[in-house]
Structure formats: C-alpha cells, structure tokens
Design a protein around this ligand. Structure first.
Ligand SMILES: [Fe+2]
Length: 357
C-alpha cells in the first residue's frame, strides 16, 4: 500500500514532553521479576471502581499535535493497523497523547518505529500509562522489579510462563485474547515494546473485533446484543502452580461483561469474548454456551481478511486498543531464544453494553 502523508499541515507549538528520556534502562536486558523484590501495594485497590475519562474525548479530531506534516502513515489493512514514522512518543505533549488515544481507537493498532520509550524512566513510563487510565497490576507477578505497574514478559526456555501453559497439548500456539478482560475495568490503550527477542519470528497477530461484528447478519447480531459472558483469571492459577512459578498477587476473579460492547469514543460495536479468559455465557446451558462461543472464536480466529501482523525491530513500540481488537503472539521462534517485552496496560471504562445505545 502506498504510504500517505498526514493531511494536517499545522505545526504544533513546541511540545512539552510528558516523559523524560534518561538512556538508563536499555544497557542490559532486565532481569526476570522477583516476587520478593516487588514494591508493596494494596491489592484491594485493584478491585475498586475508578472513574475513567478516556483521553480521546479531549482530542482535537484533526490531531495537529500528533500528525504533523513530517509524519507518514502506512496502513496495514483497511480495517486496522497503521505504521507511523515521524513521531517520537516520548516527545508528545498531553494534547498529543490525547490525540494518540483517538488515533489508536480509530486505527485499533498502531506501530511506531525507532522509539526511545525503553530509555525512559520507569516512573515516567507509569505516568505515561496513567494518562490513558489506571495502570494495571497483573495478578501474575511478572513485572519490572520495584514497578508492579510495568508488566514484563520475559520468556526463556527454562522459565514457566503463561503462553507455554496455555498452548500445551495443542497443534498451534495461537491464543487470541484481549488483555486482562477478566477485570471489571479491562485494558484500553495499551503499549508494548521490545527489549530482547528473536531476529525473525515472535510477531503479534491482531484482528478487528469491530469488523468481526460487522460481518454478522442482523438476526445474529440481535441474538448477541444483550448477552453477557463471564471472563475469569482462573487460568493463571495453573500457571502459578507450575514448578518454579511465583505465587499470584491475588485470588482469581470472575467478571460478567456484555458480549457486544461499545467503544466510548468511536461508538463502534465489537465482539468481546476470547478463548483465553471467557468461561461461559450467562444464562445458557453448557452445550449452548460452548457452541456459541466456539462459533465466535472460529469466526474471529479464521477471519484473515480482518487480521494484520505486527513485526518487531529494536525500537518498535506497538500501541493497540484492547476494546476493539484481539491479539495473539506467534510463537514460531526457537524456544531457547530469550524474548523480553514490556507492556504498559492502562485500565479503561467498565465495558458499555450495546443495549445502552
Ligand atoms: Fe496480550
């Protein structure tokens, strides 16, 4: 696809960066998180409702602070995914970050190259996360030591991890999901970057759950709107029981969410179930629930015409909106290769059911 130049020619005033680059974090790959060294926090806070005001609601739709004349966009598919050059995320002002939230909500997945986010102070990375919502603290203590809000996906051959557990006994390693969907207020605009990984492989597949919804017939959409499903973090209990695995930070939770949710800013409807965390449909018998969920998982997972692939290079930062996408790692690389990524996961609003629209 031909790269296009952003249509806005207005140069923003000199931005006030939200974060500070120190070049401190990238010298060595980070060590694996040690549960004993984690900063103390009140895990009960994780379950309290918070008022979420999406930063995209404050954004100028023309995005003059984000899409300046130097910015080039390369769309990966009509439905989702844009590769952006000419933006340094750490230089964005608060207004630029608001516009980023809107841009990511619209494009669903955005890939930024040559970023210095890994060199930014961890405190400032948490502050960046906080701009988009309350930073999530994962029940599995895989985080940067001292910074539980920074999720550290550190995978080596001798270390138990979620992906290896969930893919056991299957013929492929795909595990489509939306991050932390079991929370009362699951993830919104989410950041992911590389510290260490294979030269080839280890990509992430993304799909638009909005387009997946749009493909359904009116009668089938009507069936789904109004239904709720339960999402649970119980699978992590099995992960934590593996030899050498750290204990969970809190007991598993189970939460009901609408199967069709509405994005608070774009108003788009999307399918919000995933095989990783969704256990059953509320009010359905087991066979009914299994049949309907399996149909949706098949429909979503096999719809390659609304999928894209994000690739990683040193300096790549991938940003996606977990409310309108699903994703899966592509575990096609040699398992002896260390893969180390960082995820910043702000929690967004309680999912809005399509019945309220
Ligand atoms: Fe994920």
């Amino acid at each position: 696809m031909t790269p296009s130049v952003a249509g806005n020619n207005k140069k923003p005033a000199a931005p006030t960066p939200l974060v500070k680059v120190t070049k401190a974090n990238s010298e060595q790959p980070l060590p694996a998180a040690d549960a004993e060294s984690l900063r103390q926090f009140d895990s009960n806070n994780l379950l309290r409702p918070t008022d979420h005001v999406d930063p995209a609601t404050r954004a100028n739709p023309a995005k003059p602070n984000l899409l300046t004349e130097d910015v080039k966009l390369h769309h990966l598919s009509p439905y989702l995914g844009t590769e952006v050059s000419g933006v340094q995320l750490s230089n964005l002002s608060k207004e630029g970050l608001d516009e980023l939230a809107l841009f990511v909500a619209e494009r669903k997945l955005v890939v930024f190259r040559d970023q210095d986010l890994k060199d930014v102070d961890f405190e400032a990375q948490i502050e960046l996360t906080r701009h988009f919502g309350v930073p999530h603290i994962h029940p599995v203590p895989m985080s940067v030591p001292g910074y539980p809000e920074i999720f550290s996906l550190y995978k080596v051959s001798n270390r138990p991890n979620v992906a290896s557990y969930l893919s056991q006994g299957r013929i492929n390693y795909l595990s489509w999901h939306s991050d932390v969907s079991y929370e009362k207020q699951p993830a919104g605009t989410t950041f992911f970057y590389v510290l260490d990984g294979p030269e080839v492989g280890g990509d992430t597949l993304f799909l638009s759950t909005v387009e997946a919804y749009e493909r359904l017939s009116p009668a089938f959409k009507e069936l789904l709107v109004g239904l709720k499903a339960v999402h649970t973090s119980a699978p992590f209990e099995k992960v934590s029981s593996m030899p050498g695995a750290a204990k969970l930070r809190r007991d598993p939770v189970a939460t009901e969410h609408p199967i069709i949710r509405v994005h608070p800013v774009t108003g788009e409807k999307s399918i919000y179930v995933n095989a990783t965390f969704t256990s059953h449909i509320v009010g359905f018998k087991k066979e009914e629930s299994d049949a309907l969920l399996n149909f949706l998982y098949d429909h979503i997972g096999k719809g390659a015409d609304f999928h894209v692939r994000a690739t990683y290079r040193p300096g790549t930062v991938v940003v996606w909106d977990n409310r309108v996408t699903a994703h899966t790692v592509v575990a096609d690389y040699d398992k002896n290769i260390r893969r180390h990524h960082i995820r910043l996961t702000p929690q967004a609003e309680k999912p809005i059911p399509a019945t309220e629209i």
